[in-house]
Design a protein around this ligand. Sequence first.
Ligand code: GMT
Length: 377
Amino acid sequence: MKIGIVCYPTFGGSGVVATELGMALAQRDHHVHFITYKQPVRLDFISNDIHFHEVFVEEYPLFQFQPYELALSSKMVEIVEMYNLEILHVHYAIPHAYAAFMAKQMLKEKGIDIKVVTTLHGTDITLVGSHPNYKTAVEFSINNSDVVTTVSESLKRDTLRLFNIKKEIKVIHNFIDFEQYPEIGSEECLRHTIASEDERIICHVSNLRPVKRASDVIDIFYKIQKEIPSKLILVGEGPDREHIECQAKDLNILDKVLFMGNSNEVNKLLCYSDLFLLPSETESFGLAALEAMAARTPVISTNSGGLPEVNIHGVTGYLSNVGDTDDMAKNGIAILKNLETLQEFKNNALAQAKEFSLENVLPAYKEIYREVIKDCC
Ligand code: GMT
């Protein structure tokens, strides 16, 4: 199949899922064309079957805002025609689903019936998409996609609650490509460079936006390290970085907190970890939690959004109410204080992550592609 993938090329979960999906399809003989404003950060697989097309927006003095949707839809039309694409798979509704609808209309005028698959990822529905400024356009572009998917049952419920949706929504969970995870104990896993034998390593990965409640991460870690010698690894950059750095300094634990910045090798960093913290306000699925579990790391998270679909309370970690850092710290200590318990949670986390392996999830995407193309001709 010839598929165009449109996504945010950054470290956000939707871009990661889109890029991993594109690479997996290309490895299985599909022709994949990424159409976005820069090369996706996770795109590290070189192949004849992967193409990248940059969407370039010219600056012009009249524009206060650059018309990205216009440039994107024009690029989609150009690439669909040039490479005879069959499907445009757009990740994150804003503005990708809207731009894809415009491209579809323009192509229709040329006698081309391109199929549009829209995958909703979370904040495009919950935080941003349902805002009155965007709602009408988001609802319209969802209803005018050929196929709509969400990354969790919870996001499907949110979409149906917040919008007037006339289309069927299929749930296809986030997935993990286990081939990218180093074996535990392998040379790539350099745990001893971070902490001593008796210390536990706690980890958080996010773009440090308010929805991630990074301040709760520091609070939980503060409470845990009072009872269990430990280090905190923070991976990612974002607006709350400065605030939490000051918070750690004020709590006198800055020497136990490692800010790693953005990383392309989260899988390698995670293999150090004993516990993963994800105290998000809302999380449609929680790809970060799944990536942690794939590296045998139990998860302390909130019970919001789709997190209960990934993290099983008392088995792979624990779920708490948003903001209840006392409960999250208590649960973290319960997992870490005894090596046998920790080992059991680690094994359970890995077993649960395997349910979301690429091999288990990819067929669902291939099936919707096959179905939607079949409808066409
Ligand atoms: O989590 C983020 O901040 C990034 C965001 C995105 O859209 O790039 O992630 C969302 O999509 C991920 C992949 O489907 C999900 O695993 C995340 O849970 C979701 N984030 C939120 O809902 C806050």
